[in-house]
Write a protein of this length. Structure first.
Ligand code: FES
Ligand code: FES
Length: 155
């Protein structure tokens, strides 16, 4: 079946089964492979994207219900990799193997869009559903703090 999708502000048309999780449409049909498969059951956050700005697990989202929503993947977060979260991630040198990091960045950016002056506890709470097998959690928390500072400076 044909579906029209808006991903990173670009229009696409894909021909897939309506039950196909958005994750696989992004990766296999659109070749946007920054979004990762981790668990496939909504428990790890590796597949996180924004759906109209709201953090969404693309492994659980059938493509048939995306509709007109604007999907943002890590490839579309900024034009020059200069989103405050991306800058902070580089400054703090967060990743180890890197596998979970797109999901972490997408979760952090959706969170900071709602709350750009979070407490340490709020950061922990916002990020707690994103698993990192390399246990980069301390650096993630520092980077979210730094990104929040950068977001305030930019405004
Ligand atoms: S792959 Fe989607 S939450 Fe783990
Ligand atoms: S950096 Fe390796 S899983 Fe998170």
């Amino acid at each position: 079946m044909q579906f029209k999708l808006t991903v990173n502000n670009k229009k696409y048309e894909v021909d897939v089964d309506g039950e196909t999780p958005l994750l696989w449409v992004l990766r296999d049909s659109l070749h946007l492979v920054g979004t990762k498969f981790g668990c496939g059951v909504g428990q790890c956050g590796a597949c996180s994207v924004h759906m109209d700005g709201v953090i969404t697990r693309s492994c659980l989202l059938p493509v048939s219900i995306v509709g007109d929503a604007n999907i943002t993947t890590v490839e579309g977060l900024s034009e020059k990799n200069d989103h405050p979260v991306q800058i902070a991630w580089r400054d703090i040198d967060v990743p180890q193997c890197g596998y979970c990091q797109a999901g972490q960045i997408m979760t952090a950016s959706a969170f900071l869009a709602q709350n750009n002056n979070p407490s340490k506890e709020e950061i922990k709470e916002a990020m707690h559903g994103n698993i990192c097998r390399c246990a980069t959690y301390k650096r993630i928390e520092k980077a979210v703090e730094k990104a929040a500072e950068l977001t305030q400076t930019i405004k």
